[in-house]
Design a protein around this ligand. Structure first.
Ligand code: FEO
Length: 180
């Protein structure tokens, strides 16, 4: 193994975020199961795909830590939160979740800057951009839900909302569509 080219504190911070991304993959997976169990199959697909994307994020951190001579430490993932009570609270929860994640990425950028660790700073820019996209994606989900649920008595609106989400653009592939 090559010499370590990140500080101990940066190695720890990157490991924390790597595990945070793994935790998010689990959280979205659990939300997918919840949505599917409640007959929101389009939303379930959206969350399953997003879970895959979070796992890719986790792997990006893993690869970077290893490439810089550090050690990616895989740790236990806390259990996902309890199931949401309804779709509105589910979407609000996911929205807050992404805003919190953006703050965690920004804190890492702050650390890289303070340490003048420009390699890590450069690596993190991908995540800064990604969080812009994630906030836009979940913000869009939130807006569409607000629109669809305006007339709560019209279930047809919720049906079209669900169908809309099935076609929302995502980078992750459904595991069931991947070749094994
Ligand atoms: Fe990996 Fe949703 O941020």
């Amino acid at each position: 193994m090559s010499d370590k080219r990140i500080s101990d504190s940066m190695e720890q911070a990157l490991n924390d975020q790597m595990n945070n991304e793994a935790m998010q993959a689990q959280a979205y997976l659990a939300l997918g199961v919840w949505a599917e169990s409640n007959s929101y199959t389009g939303i379930a697909d959206f969350f399953y795909k997003h879970s895959e994307e979070e796992r890719q994020h986790m792997f990006k951190f893993l690869e970077f830590i290893q490439a810089r001579g550090g050690e990616a430490k895989i740790s236990a993932i806390p259990a996902p939160r309890d199931n949401p009570t309804d779709l509105a609270s589910c979407i609000e929860d996911v929205w807050q979740h992404e805003l919190d994640n953006s703050k965690k990425i920004y804190a890492l950028v702050d650390l890289a800057m303070a340490e003048r660790d420009w390699a890590t700073f450069n690596f993190l820019q991908w995540f800064v951009k990604e969080q812009i996209e994630e906030e836009a994606l979940i913000g869009d989900l939130r807006d569409k839900y607000a629109l669809a649920s305006d007339e709560k008595s019209e279930n047809a609106n919720l049906y079209s909302f669900d169908r809309d989400m099935a076609g929302a653009s995502q980078e992750g592939e459904l595991p069931r569509n991947q070749e094994l």
